[in-house]
Design a protein around this ligand. Structure first.
Ligand SMILES: Nc1ncnc2c1ncn2[C@@H]1O[C@H](COP(=O)(O)OP(=O)(O)OP(=O)(O)O)[C@@H](O)[C@H]1O
Length: 312
């Protein structure tokens, strides 16, 4: 293979995939540095650090970034790129070495080094939609909660979905089966919060089991809670699961994996340009790309600028 002279800058999360990222990285490095001799590398030191490294790299003029890790890694790097106003300038490639790797399931990014390098060589670009979330970051009294803006590229979730992410962050055992397992385990104690959901000309006020906003189609280790999502579309996919009896969730759980969740009468699936979600009764947490962010009220919308992502 002729060496690609593009100055790819790799940002690695050594904690991704329960350490798998680092082990695979060391194994693949000889092939990578032969195929991409101009490559440079930086390793993150903490969760917030990925975003800082990406921001600094874009501000320093780097235009070709590779994120080595899982969904949290890509989420952090995206936020750095947006803060550095790099969306129009940067070409991004995920090297999927996380646990769930849900974002790249939609993109069909290769997970072995040969086909991955072949994809990089071909440089086929997808203009990828980017979502913007404005929400509350809780603070200890007497401080007031702070309003925050974060960007996401895969799936955001509220209510039960965010509760499962909160519990999985605390769990010692990490696996792509952790999220589905916790989804069934904590159903009993969960009290559906009541929220007001406003989009287009519609307003719904109801108790919800879970709400998802999707750009990518997969989350939670392969679940399809937003099967109608499309990263190239001009809209966000919205799924609202109303309050459901536990028995019905359990017997319908196969639908999480088949993309047929919208066939349940208690589940609304639609496409929106933006959506505002306000808590009416009960606290409602928010996660995006598997990272716990804060609490509602939330406004979700899309950026005009897109991220150029290499796809097979
Ligand atoms: N050096 C580091 N040490 C510890 N945690 C880190 C470090 N760098 C980044 N992180 C954090 O590690 C967490 C996990 O990363 P990531 O989501 O990429 O992997 P994963 O959880 O194995 O994969 P997936 O989200 O696809 O299941 C993220 O919250 C990320 O911000």
């Amino acid at each position: 293979m002729i060496a690609d002279q593009t100055p790819w800058h790799f940002l690695i999360n050594p904690a991704a995939g329960r350490g798998k990222a680092l082990r695979r990285w060391e194994k693949w490095l000889p092939a990578l540095s032969t195929a991409l001799p101009q490559m440079t590398v930086e390793e993150s030191t903490s969760s917030t650090n990925l975003s800082e490294l990406a921001e600094a790299a874009v501000r320093a003029g780097k235009t070709h970034l590779v994120g080595v890790g899982g969904d949290g890694t890509h989420h952090g790097i995206l936020n750095g790129i947006v803060r550095a106003e790099g969306l129009r300038k940067v070409v991004y490639v995920p090297l999927p070495l996380g646990t769930g790797n849900d974002w790249v399931r939609t993109l069909k990014t290769p997970r072995t080094i040969g086909p991955w390098l072949e994809m990089v060589r071909r440089q086929k670009v997808l203009e990828h939609n980017i979502g913007q979330l404005t929400y509350l970051l809780p603070a200890l009294p007497p401080a007031d909660p702070e309003r925050r803006t974060t960007w996401f590229l895969n799936v955001a979730g509220m209510a039960y979905d965010a509760e499962v992410v909160r519990r999985s962050e605390k769990a010692r055992w990490k696996s792509q089966w952790l999220y589905p397992l916790l989804t069934l385990l904590y159903l009993k104690g969960f009290v559906p919060p009541t929220v007001k959901i406003e989009y287009d000309e519609q307003t719904l006020t109801l108790p919800v089991h879970t709400i998802n906003i999707g750009i990518g189609r997969y989350s939670g280790g392969g679940m399809r809670l937003v099967p109608h999502a499309d990263p190239a579309a001009a809209t966000l996919a919205l799924t609202v699961a109303h309050q459901l009896p536990i028995w019905k969730i359990i017997i319908s759980s196969w639908r999480f994996y088949t993309g047929s969740i919208g066939e349940l009468k208690e589940v609304t699936t639609t496409h929106v340009k933006s959506v505002k979600i306000t808590p009416v009764a009960g606290k409602t947490m928010l996660e995006a790309d598997g990272e716990l962010l804060g609490e509602l009220p939330l406004t979700a919308s899309m950026l005009d600028d897109r991220l150029q992502v290499l796809v097979p």
